[in-house]
Design a protein around this ligand. Structure first.
Ligand code: AMP
Length: 280
């Protein structure tokens, strides 16, 4: 596996004969890799010849300085894991390499960028759009892989691709969970054993809400019940919403499970976690 830090070297490498007429699969990550990320690599390997994975903690998508500072950094382990799983190139640029001109561009994704994550993390999706757009221009992958765990991010990337006419296919890979349901996340590394147990309330709430919706209970009643579960000091709820899975508009009355997602976000031991499930 090649480990590349410079954009110009990555572009030259992709332009070499070895890569001509090959299908390039691209997996963007922020490192501290776990089986959720590796699932994206596995999916890419099933349909692409060459796999490129970026490891870059993008400062422009963090709205909270402490979250950025404390974000887990395990580069050596990440590189070993990628190599073991058949990745061809790990692209690990510095901030200077990615933001030579500073961060001067912002992207407004309209309504979809203003709700849920967009509401609670101002500027987050602008930063995501900016870095993913840069990577798409540098790498020009045929297919790029994202996790359902960040469902709203996937819609943002879809909007980026459609609005800017990137000739790139997108895949959304189902969330990989621990045995008891906790969505794997790099931030889980910062949770204590007790914190990991407390964090199960997020997935349990999603499953309960789904059952109740399918049984015909109202969105209002379900929302009230789920909110009442978050009254401890350790676990705090930021939002619980039942939404349309493409537009992220809130659903007030439910009559069709097609294209409905239940989304949740909150804090455990001060660490922000998000999760979602689809209704069908
Ligand atoms: P991150 O490193 O957290 O920015 O995530 C990089 C990519 O991996 C994103 O597309 C995430 O949605 C995806 N991802 C993160 N956690 C999981 C998971 N548990 N299952 C599937 N995909 C995931």
């Amino acid at each position: 596996m090649l480990v590349i830090n410079e954009t110009s070297i990555l572009i030259d490498t992709i332009d070499t004969k070895k890569f001509q007429n090959k299908t390039i699969g691209f997996v963007p990550t922020m490192g501290a890799l776990h089986d959720g990320h590796i699932e994206l690599i596995r999916a890419a390997k099933l349909e692409c010849d060459i796999i490129i994975c970026s490891i870059y903690i993008n400062p422009t998508q963090f709205n909270n300085v402490t979250d950025l500072e404390k974000y887990p950094r395990t580069l050596d382990d990440d590189i070993n894991l990628l190599e073991k799983n058949g990745c061809d190139i790990a692209f690990c640029p510095s901030d200077k390499e990615m933001f030579k001109m500073g961060n001067t561009l912002t992207i407004d994704f309209g309504e979809i960028g203003k709700v849920l994550e967009g509401e609670f993390r101002p500027g987050h999706f602008s930063g995501v759009g900016l870095i993913v757009g840069k990577f798409f221009n540098i790498i020009k992958p045929n297919i790029s892989y994202f996790g359902q765990k960040d469902l709203q991010q996937f819609s943002i990337v879809k909007s980026l691709v459609q609005n800017l006419n990137f000739n790139i296919q997108l895949r959304c890979i189902p969330t990989v969970r621990s045995k008891d349901g906790l969505a794997l996340s790099s931030r889980n590394a910062r949770l204590s054993k007790n914190g990991k147990e407390e964090a199960l309330v997020f997935y349990d709430s999603l499953v309960l809400a789904k059952q109740k919706l399918l049984k015909g209970e109202t969105v209002d009643d379900i929302t009230k019940e789920i909110k009442s579960k978050f009254n401890s000091d350790i676990v705090k709820l930021e939002y619980f919403e039942i939404v349309h899975q493409d537009t992220f508009e809130k659903i007030n009355t439910f009559n069709n499970p097609e294209n409905i997602a239940i989304c949740i976000a909150g804090y455990v031991e001060g660490i922000r976690l998000i999760d979602n499930i689809l209704l069908s």
